[in-house]
Design a protein around this ligand. Structure first.
Ligand SMILES: NC(=O)c1ccc[n+]([C@@H]2O[C@H](COP(=O)([O-])OP(=O)(O)OC[C@H]3O[C@@H](n4cnc5c(N)ncnc54)[C@H](O)[C@@H]3O)[C@@H](O)[C@H]2O)c1
Length: 432
């Protein structure tokens, strides 16, 4: 293992990343930029082909960034797990979804570890990056790998390092987001730290894999709970006829002790709506009943219904019903500037409106189509004809590409869940 640290420092270690999605591809690219030879492994042949052809499928990465590393021979992708035998370091970045019952679904992690187990050899470093409950590395990954007869901390290194990437954020990327690392042993932490130090500006070692796993869940639970709180404040302000957006703008002038969170149609993406339930599941398994997580989840999940109520009331004021109303949704991605619709609350709002008989259209510069069992829509380019022909426009994602001033002039009725029309006045603009 001493040899591995040295190989890493000399950037001669062969790096591997399993799972080339929103997390894995930027990480693989960062290793390649640092001068390592990197192999990405993914089950999805279309992603493998795209990378090898120098094409990006992630909005934050340009084709040329991938192509440059592929051309230099530092980055390559494959669907063949046999390559693991030749790798020195392996980062696992596969999905960790929830089951319908809100229990953790570790199928992808277990499958990836199973593949590593087949090719594990002395001197390798394995790091789990997928968000998961505290104890996963120790209770799930370690025993599976030690079934080979090799021991973590002696024969191979094992660590957990949570990924904190924020897709669509131009200021913080893999390189300048501090990386928390916890190993099974001090030596494991040191070797994993050495790897990240080659390409990430600040590495934060912690005492164990459990602490590193918990750090990520604290961060995401913090967001979920604070968004839940501000969503409840929005519901309260609605009942009290107070503009919640004005309240938040004024509150955030306090220079200490307050951090603004914003209400919206609900939580989306692969992290905030899901990760806290990994924590609550694990807590319950240990006899602890967490209350904030469940309560925030309850409030956040109620928001799509509240938005539909707002739309219904707004149409009602114009003597119209949702049934038969032409409603155009602006933005279906779960947040601005990304093409990710996983868990997007827009899909819930659309489903509720569809069930009530609305005639739906949508526009999203990042999402060309939404295809569900019950509905298949293509994104429209907004023009005056369309805006003038609908009964209501509903903003669910505040993409900056929309020309809100023009929409405010053209659309007959607007329900704005993101305060996208801030500064614009009109009786036809209804805010959350
Ligand atoms: N997306 C984010 O913003 C974000 C941020 C921080 C942490 N995370 C966490 O990182 C992990 C990965 O998330 P993501 O958004 O990159 O997921 P993703 O769905 O974008 O990518 C995962 C990739 O893993 C591949 N994959 C699945 N099983 C595999 C296997 N057994 N072997 C090889 N490849 C496999 C899939 O084909 C896919 O390309 C999750 O645990 C997530 O919670 C995500």
């Amino acid at each position: 293992m001493l040899e591995l640290s040295e190989k890493i420092r000399r950037r001669e270690a062969r790096c591997g990343v399993i799972g080339l999605g929103y997390v894995g591809l930027p990480l693989a690219l960062e290793f390649a930029r640092a001068g390592f030879r990197v192999t990405g492994v993914d089950l999805d042949g279309s992603k493998v082909d795209a990378i090898n052809a120098g094409r990006s499928y992630i909005v934050d990465l340009d084709d040329c960034e991938i192509a440059e590393q592929v051309r230099s021979g530092r980055l390559t992708a494959t669907a063949d797990f046999g390559v693991i035998a030749s790798l020195d370091t392996i980062n696992i970045c596969v999905p960790t979804p929830l089951r319908k019952t809100k229990d953790p679904d570790l199928t992808f992690v277990v499958a990836a570890v199973e593949e590593i187990r087949k090719y594990l050899r002395r001197g390798q470093l394995i790091i789990l990056e997928s968000t998961t409950y505290p104890g996963t590395t120790e209770e799930v990954v370690q025993p599976a790998l030690e079934a080979t007869g090799f021991r973590a901390g002696q024969d191979f290194c094992l660590a957990f390092s949570p990924e904190r990437i924020d897709p669509g954020n131009p200021h913080f990327t893999t390189r300048n987001i501090p990386k928390v690392v916890g190993g099974m042993t001090t030596r494991c932490t040191q070797v994993a730290t050495a790897l990240y130090e080659q390409c990430i500006e600040r590495v934060v070692p912690v005492s164990s894999t459990r602490v590193a796993e918990m750090v990520k869940l604290l961060e995401n639970t913090f967001r979920s709970v604070n968004i839940g709180l501000v969503n409840e404040v929005a519901l309260m302000c609605n009942a009290l006829r107070i503009d919640v957006w004005e309240v938040i703008e004024a509150a955030k002038t306090k220079p200490f002790g307050y951090m603004p969170f914003y209400p919206g149609p609900g939580l989306g993406g692969h992290c905030i709506p899901i990760d806290p339930f990994y924590l609550s599941w694990k807590a319950k398994m240990n006899g602890f009943e967490p209350r904030f997580i469940e309560l925030a989840g309850h409030v956040n999940e109620s928001m799509p219904r509240f938005v539909v109520e707002k739309i219904t009331d707004a149409l009602n004021c114009q003597c119209k019903s949702v049934r038969g109303a032409r409603i155009c949704i602006l933005g279906v991605a779960y947040k601005a500037g990304v093409n990710d619709v996983r868990e997007s609350p827009a899909l819930n709002v659309i489903k509720l409106l569809f069930d009530k008989g609305a005639i739906l259209s949508y526009s999203d510069p990042y999402v060309p189509e939404i295809r569900e069992d019950w509905l298949w829509l293509h994104s429209l380019t907004l023009n005056n004809d369309h805006l003038g022909s609908v009964d209501c426009v509903v903003v669910l994602t505040d993409h900056r590409e929309f020309d809100y001033a023009h929409i405010a002039d053209t659309a007959p009725l607007i329900v704005d869940t993101r305060n996208a029309f801030r500064g614009l006045q009109g009786a036809h603009i209804v805010r959350l």
